[in-house]
Write a protein that binds this ligand. Structure first.
Ligand code: TRP
Length: 346
């Protein structure tokens, strides 16, 4: 993907003290290690520092899954469960459901006038997604989802958006729209910046550039340990390495890239050295990685089991979070209409 950006869309975290974060995911299925490394881990760390809102973007999910709206409810639950299991703390972070905040749709309509279709059509993430899905023609809703995403962010008056690198073009669009709004209507909306995770992109088990549910090359956060083990066993390594004593090239090995994302510094260095010098076989290296992933997932499983036994608690968290979010959203809409001089009263 060609990610030509003005780096001004990326925030320098050290410059921010108490700020508001808004981020989100489409509820299209379970979250995987790629989500964790790309943004979820970052969000968990940041929630202690910033006021955090996380949106489960069910309307955005409809831009690609409009034929199956009946799957949304279950997927919303699963994504919320993944958040809570991974360590999003509902006492300090707010999780909300997008379609239950109609002010977002309202703001999307106002924003849709402030951007022409060309930057939307040339958005590299839209182009990649459209290609991956084999779209010959784009729906108005799909092409415009970065506009609705701008409304997600702006309605919360968020300063920072922790996301994977593929979302950067959308943040640039958001900044453009907000700037235009403020200029035209003397508005006071916030131009958001992105916070990119430490391991912005995780390759798939099959070596594909991206771990993704749709490619079937992902380790889900909700996978049981047997499937995690089997998936890791099946992952692509340096094909030229046949025997454990062969000298390998870690830079083309999927497993090594996971070590870099999840293992501690010592194990990463050791793995690189041992692979390059033929001192460890792929089987053992994969076992080491499994140990690391197991340690990561264990506490998640514990929380998951708690919430699976108390499903109502998950829905309560979602509905309470949505209610709290709506209060903010309706304030913003009032201010927006006021700036546009369309807040009519007698
Ligand atoms: N487009 C994001 C994704 O596919 C999901 C999303 C929806 C989002 N609304 C958002 C991300 C607002 C950040 C902010 O992962």
């Amino acid at each position: 993907m060609d990610l030509k950006t003005d780096n001004s869309a990326i925030a320098d975290e050290s410059k921010y003290k108490y700020k508001r974060i808004l981020t989100g995911d489409r509820p299209t299925g379970p979250l995987h290690l790629g989500h964790y490394a790309g943004s979820l881990k970052n969000r968990i760390r940041l929630q202690d520092k910033y006021e955090t809102f996380i949106l489960i973007a069910d309307v955005q999910a409809l831009t690609t899954n409009f034929e199956h709206p009946e799957k949304l409810k279950e997927n919303i639950f699963l994504v919320a469960l993944d958040y809570l299991s991974a360590g999003i703390d509902p006492k300090i972070s707010t999780i909300a459901i997008q379609s239950m905040i109609p002010e977002i749709s309202e703001l999307t309509t106002f924003f849709s006038m402030l951007i022409s279709v060309n930057p939307l059509r040339h958005n590299p993430t839209i182009k990649t997604e459209a290609k991956e899905r084999g779209y010959k023609e784009l729906t108005y809703g799909f092409l415009g989802y970065p506009v609705s995403q701008t409304a997600d962010i702006a309605v919360f008056k968020a300063d920072l958006v922790p996301v994977g690198i593929d979302q950067l073009p959308h943040i640039e669009i958001a900044r453009k729209i907000v700037r235009k709004f403020n200029e035209l209507y003397c508005g006071k909306l916030i131009e958001p910046s992105a916070l990119i995770g430490e391991s912005p992109k995780l390759v798939g088990l099959d070596g594909n550039l991206k771990m993704s549910k749709s490619y079937g090359n992902a380790v889900n956060l909700s996978d049981d340990f047997d499937s995690v083990k089997n998936k890791i066993k099946s992952a692509l390594t340096d094909k030229n390495r046949i025997h454990p004593t062969d000298k390998g090239n870690p830079d083309i090995c999927t497993i090594y890239s996971y070590h870099k994302a999840f293992s501690g510094g010592d194990l990463i260095k050791e793995t690189e050295y041992n692979c390059k010098n033929g001192k460890i076989g792929c089987v053992k290296c994969k076992e080491n990685l499994f140990g690391v992933i197991k340690t990561l997932l264990e506490p998640m499983n514990e929380r998951r089991n708690h919430y699976l036994k108390n499903k109502d608690e998950v829905w309560d968290i979602l509905f309470d979070g949505t209610k709290k979010s709506r209060i903010i959203a309706s304030e913003t809409i009032k201010e927006v209409k006021n700036s546009m001089e369309i807040l009519y009263n007698k």
